[in-house]
Design a protein around this ligand. Structure first.
Ligand SMILES: [Zn+2]
Length: 200
């Protein structure tokens, strides 16, 4: 996970202490290894990770869990995936505001859509929901869980004014999904700028 976090940092998607990354150790009992709160992602040490249970309680490690640990747990439970990546990129933050009222971004017609598991064609339409941000993690946990339980084949979602969550069956698949969606968001943002419109 440290190599992936370091790459995300270099891409400018986990600057400051923003973003987090996790992988599932086991589902029964539910054990998750996750980056701890307040650490730089550019050069993480093994001790910067902690293990938590399904309530976000620290089982091993000496650092504090991220406030967003519960959202990782919601994603892993609802999607059956085994790794989660959360970025604070400029593009995901801006577009989550632009499309916040619409509640979703729909993208089709690009070859990069095939980076997202199950998309076999550039003609697929990828929907990226935009959910409201909150510091009330238990209630955001419920909102995320409910949205993902619709099981409609999405690969990520945005939190308004905050960033992107993606997932995969391992950390490298989650990384592929992060890169694919960040690429599509970058493309959409530049297309909006070129069009001179507020959104397209
Ligand atoms: Zn965040």
């Amino acid at each position: 996970m440290r190599d992936v976090a370091s790459e995300m940092y270099r891409f400018g998607w986990m600057l400051g202490t923003g973003g987090n990354i996790s992988t599932l150790i086991s589902r029964e009992p539910f054990l998750l290894q996750i980056s701890s709160s307040g650490v730089q992602k550019g050069n993480m040490k093994l001790t910067d990770f902690i293990t938590v249970d399904e309530n976000g309680k620290v089982i091993s490690g000496h650092m504090k869990p991220s406030a967003e640990t519960l959202l990782h747990i919601a994603i892993l439970k609802a999607t059956g995936s085994k790794a989660v990546i959360h970025t604070h990129s400029v593009n995901s933050t801006i577009l989550s505001e632009v499309y916040g009222e619409t509640g979703k971004i729909s993208i089709s017609g690009y070859e990069m859509l095939k980076a997202l598991k199950g998309n076999k064609s550039h003609e697929n339409t990828e929907v990226i929901p935009v959910l409201g941000n909150s510091q009330d993690m238990p209630s955001l946990y419920e909102i995320v869980l409910q949205r993902l339980n619709r099981d409609d084949g999405i690969h990520g979602f945005l939190l308004k004014g905050h960033g992107l969550y993606t997932w995969g069956m391992n950390v490298y698949e989650a990384k592929t999904h992060t890169e694919g969606i960040e690429f599509l968001l970058d493309l959409l943002y530049k297309k909006i700028l070129l069009s001179g419109r507020e959104k397209i």
